[in-house]
Design a protein around this ligand. Structure first.
Ligand code: KG4
Ligand code: ZN
Length: 345
């Protein structure tokens, strides 16, 4: 093995069958097949459909990733796979594929945490220091503020959502606005045409009384109710204004808390990751507000924010480079694993 290991990462925790190849911290290939269109008419991901789609797509996605990276499967130094959290039937497809490859080729396999992988993608294609960092992880299933002392072994939760995840809130409001699923990108596009100050929607858990117990926690259920009520009571509602004002409320809360976490912990680096980090308003506002607060802000390119295999390979690569032991053969997927379990034993 050279000093720059070649890692293939597999991600199947939800509806993306994704394979990434990295060498050290350099991205070589990132191939994603999504079954999102098969779920669209149900308004959400149907687990059985996702599992079957993963099985069908996997061989081609692996072959395509190797071809784009211009490497042979025999040259891979280690495999990495999302082992949790996620849909169990979907995770099992990825874990089985990665285990089969690792055993057949006699290479180490790292079972990795999906959420940590969303943050670890920050390592790619730049050699900046990775830790310590405050991570705002906002996806369809999670909204957390994390204190990351070590991406491969020490990730702690400062706060998380008490109800809906940020992405879930985007998806639900999009449905109220009769937009396409997934709702995040649809609201992002529509909001560009609207006025973010048109309607003053509530900012959950930002009142002084909430700061004692819930300083770094989120709640989006009040916002969802407020938008729903506004739409019911306002027959002349301008959808673009509703989308922009709703988006502004979410972005404002996420950033207020993320920047407060940096200031409180004295950690002057902020990474925003996960599917919602692809949001254009969140990216723009984060840059502006972090700069004002003297915080270094980074966010992966949008394609690396939503689920992908490169993030899994990136975390596997860090684990291997830092000398962490590989996971045992026959590692089990864990659909509800917490953030503390970064690499599987
Ligand atoms: O990380 P991800 O791909 O999958 C999970 O692990 O959940 O995140 C998917 C979520 C969905 O809720 C989707 O609506 C949201 O990320 N999302 C966005 C944008 N792109 C994806 N939300 C807001 N703005 C976007 N541009
Ligand atoms: Zn994700």
């Amino acid at each position: 093995m050279t000093s720059q290991p070649l890692i293939l990462g597999i991600e199947t925790s939800c509806d993306e069958t994704a394979v990434g190849v990295v060498r050290g911290r350099t991205l070589l290939a990132n191939v994603i097949a999504s079954s999102v269109e098969e779920h669209a008419r149900f308004g959400g991901v149907v687990p059985e459909i996702a599992s079957r789609a993963h099985l069908e797509a996997m061989p081609n996605v692996i072959a395509e990733a190797l071809a784009r990276a211009k490497v042979d499967i025999k040259d891979i130094d280690a495999f990495a796979v999302t082992a949790g959290p996620g849909l169990i039937g979907a995770l099992v497809v990825g874990v089985s594929a990665a285990s089969g490859l690792a055993v057949a080729l006699d290479k180490p396999l790292y079972g990795v945490n999906h959420l940590s992988a969303h943050i670890a993608v920050d390592a790619l294609d730049s050699d900046h220091e990775l830790e310590p960092v405050i991570a705002l992880l906002v996806s369809g299933g999670h909204s957390s503020l994390l204190k990351v002392a070590d991406l491969t072994s020490d990730v702690r939760t400062l706060g998380s959502t008490l109800d809906d995840a940020a992405g879930e809130a985007f998806d639900k409001i999009a449905r109220l606005l009769e937009l396409d699923f997934p709702g995040g990108p649809a609201i992002d596009r529509l909001a560009i045409l609207g006025d973010p100050a048109a309607i003053e929607f509530p900012r959950g858990l930002t009142a002084a009384k909430d700061q004692v117990e819930h300083q770094f926690d989120f709640s989006f259920s009040g916002l969802k109710t407020a938008v729903s009520r506004y739409l019911q009571q306002t027959p002349t509602a301008i959808k673009a204004d509703v989308a922009a004002s709703f988006q502004e409320a979410i972005v404002d809360v996420l950033l207020r808390k993320a920047i407060a976490a940096c200031l409180e912990t004295g950690i002057d680096s902020l990474v925003i990751a996960g599917g919602v980090a692809a949001n254009s308003r969140l990216r723009g506002q984060a840059q502006a507000r972090a700069e004002k607060a003297g915080i270094r802000f980074r966010t992966p390119s949008p394609i690396l924010c939503t689920d992908n295999g490169a993030m899994v390979a990136a975390l596997g690569s860090l684990a291997l480079t830092r000398g962490l032991p590989a996971s045992t053969t026959g590692l089990a997927a864990d659909s509800s694993s917490g953030i503390e379990r970064v690499i599987w034993d």
